[in-house]
Design a protein around this ligand. Structure first.
Ligand code: 5AD
Ligand code: SF4
Ligand code: FES
Length: 345
């Protein structure tokens, strides 16, 4: 029986961990051991990514969504949310301003709006024509042909969080959606040559450590280029109203173990973590994260993209967030990366 410390050291050496060993790491509560885990994750991050932090400027371009995910404030049945949808031209302009602020990646994100595929293709083409940035799409489940079209137009990356790698649990949280179809799409995206991102939510009601260990094994098995790991935050206008939020500590543990097992993946310090703890993103950057995704959406729309309540950066402008995050990164003795931060796989 290996001691906890030995399990951490084994992962640092690049060895595989069993599900049981991952669960053991997620059970750590002792301060000293937690510190050890985070420090090792930080070291692995430094060895493989250096001190550069990649910034991805995110445009939340539509809050319409046809899905009804139990946890999300954008869910279709939330009638109290004011919905907005930006025009393609506005999105292109925002992306170009983002590039002028120095962002080398622009993320185009929306609810499952069904935004016209040819308009998205147009946006990709226009942004690529005028700005030297990578483009990441995050618009949910679409057809193979649409993913193919956008890839051909120049989209570089795609984020489609699998949310949880347990089929039954997935389907209990996503009415009308199928786990199999989610995973199938991740395979399509990878086959089409996208740098592919997945990720999970920490602390969902009904989630246990085995679920989280399975998530980490899934990251590993799929060799995800990018992995978003953020805490659950209950939204009042959802069926999960009033449920306890995920914790900072569990989020950091999952992040740190993920860093040990996937040294090359890009791991963001998530906005959700920054929303439940003022220093959440700083803590993540010291426990394995090497990416931050500041908001570049126009101020007037920010409050409406309410996936969860009390989201940070609602009252700021794109230039405010750019400056703020630069300060945070420098205060940690790190630097803002100047390259695009493509996959290392
Ligand atoms: N708490 C935390 N994360 C959430 N997401 C959606 N709703 C919530 C919530 N209440 C995450 C999902 C989704 C991403 C856009 O936001 O992981 O993929
Ligand atoms: Fe829609 Fe995504 Fe929210 Fe689900 S998580 S309701 S698909 S925006
Ligand atoms: Fe938006 Fe700090 S990153 S205010």
């Amino acid at each position: 029986m290996l001691e906890i410390k030995d399990i951490i050291d084994k992962a640092v050496q690049g060895e595989e961990l069993t599900k049981n060993e991952i669960v053991k790491l997620l059970q750590i509560e002792e301060e000293e051991m937690l510190k050890y885990l985070y420090q090792k994750a930080d070291k692995v991050r430094k060895k493989f990514h250096g001190d550069e932090v990649h910034l991805r400027g995110i445009i939340e371009f539509s809050s319409y969504c046809k899905q009804n995910c139990y946890y999300c404030g954008l869910r279709k049945d939330n009638a109290s949310l004011g919905r907005y949808r930006l025009e393609a031209e506005e999105i292109v302009d925002l992306a170009i301003s983002g590039a002028q602020l120095g962002y080398r990646t622009i993320v185009l994100q929306s609810g499952e709006d069904g935004y016209a595929a040819d308009k998205i293709a147009y946006m990709i083409r226009e942004i690529k024509k005028d700005a030297d940035t990578a483009i990441t799409l995050c618009v949910g489940e679409r057809s193979y042909e649409e993913y193919k079209l956008w890839r051909e137009m120049g989209a570089d990356r795609y984020l489609l969080k699998h949310e949880t790698a347990d089929k039954e649990f997935y389907q209990s949280l996503h009415p009308g959606m199928k786990y199999k179809e989610r995973i199938e799409r991740l395979h399509w995206l990878k086959d089409l040559g996208y740098q592919t991102g997945g990720g999970n939510i920490i602390g969902l009601p009904g989630q246990n450590l085995e679920h989280l260990a399975d998530d980490i094994l899934f990251f590993k098995e799929f060799k995800l280029d990018m992995i978003g790991i953020g805490p659950f935050i209950a939204h009042d206008q959802t069926p999960l109203k009033g449920k306890e939020a995920g914790t900072v500590e569990m989020t950091l543990k999952v992040l740190a173990v993920t860093r040990l097992l996937l040294p090359l993946s890009h791991l963001p310090a998530t906005t959700a973590l920054g929303s439940i703890d003022n220093l959440g993103r700083q803590k993540a950057l010291k426990a394995g994260a090497n990416v931050v995704m500041p908001n570049i959406t126009s101020s007037k729309y920010r409050p409406l993209y309410e996936i969860y309540p009390a989201k940070i950066c609602i009252n700021e402008k794109a230039s405010d967030c750019r400056q703020c995050i630069g300060g945070i990164i420098n205060s940690l003795g790190r630097t803002v990366a100047t390259g695009r931060g493509d996959t290392l796989y």
